[in-house]
Design a binder for this molecule. Structure first.
Ligand SMILES: CC(C)(COP(=O)(O)OP(=O)(O)OC[C@H]1O[C@@H](n2cnc3c(N)ncnc32)[C@H](O)[C@@H]1OP(=O)(O)O)[C@@H](O)C(=O)NCCC(=O)NCCS
Length: 142
């Protein structure tokens, strides 16, 4: 098993993995081919995948806004879950963000997503119960 940077050539495989994992994403917004290509070119170190026997079985996208690091879109192929791959990806994303200078790392998890919540807690994250997530969107697709 190895962690490697993701390339835009992986785009279709990444989408298939997100579909298989049941992860919601925005194929006409920030997860479109053009957007992902632009983001990967800007931050090649922050798009990471786990491969086993040449097969991509997990991904994570880290983002750094200059103040804070974020972990996004983590997904592990259902056939490979419960083997520590989610934790491994989380740590790899954190390491990449720390190299960028991030001293605080955050992530958003839906309240009902127990697996992700447990994973985050296991990785040392603390839930901020009094914070609400507010957004302003150009459309539901972005
Ligand atoms: C969340 C996800 C990435 C976890 O991947 P994984 O490789 O199975 O996770 P790991 O094996 O590294 O598990 C680490 C810890 O997470 C927690 N965890 C993982 N799966 C869990 C489950 N089904 N139920 C409860 N806790 C779970 C456990 O605390 C686990 O530690 P343990 O094995 O010592 O109990 C995977 O379930 C997934 O792809 N889910 C769908 C996509 C998704 O919801 N992404 C997150 C969006 S915020």
């Amino acid at each position: 098993m190895e962690i490697r940077p993701l390339k835009i050539e992986d785009y279709e495989i990444i989408l298939r993995l997100w579909d298989k994992a049941g992860l919601p994403y925005k194929p006409r917004g920030r997860d479109s081919y053009e957007e992902m290509k632009r983001q990967m070119e800007n931050d090649p170190d922050l798009f990471l995948g786990v491969e086993e026997d040449g097969k991509l079985i997990g991904v994570i996208i880290a983002t750094y806004d200059g103040r804070k690091g974020w972990l996004n879109r983590i997904a592990v192929d259902p056939a490979y879950r419960g083997r520590g791959i989610g934790l491994m990806l989380t740590r790899a994303g954190e390491e990449a963000l720390r190299k960028r200078g991030a001293k605080i790392i955050a992530l958003l998890v839906e309240r009902s997503n127990q697996a992700s919540l447990n994973l985050a807690r296991q990785a040392g994250y603390v839930v901020a119960r009094d914070i609400l997530y507010l957004t302003k969107r150009e459309s539901e697709e972005v």
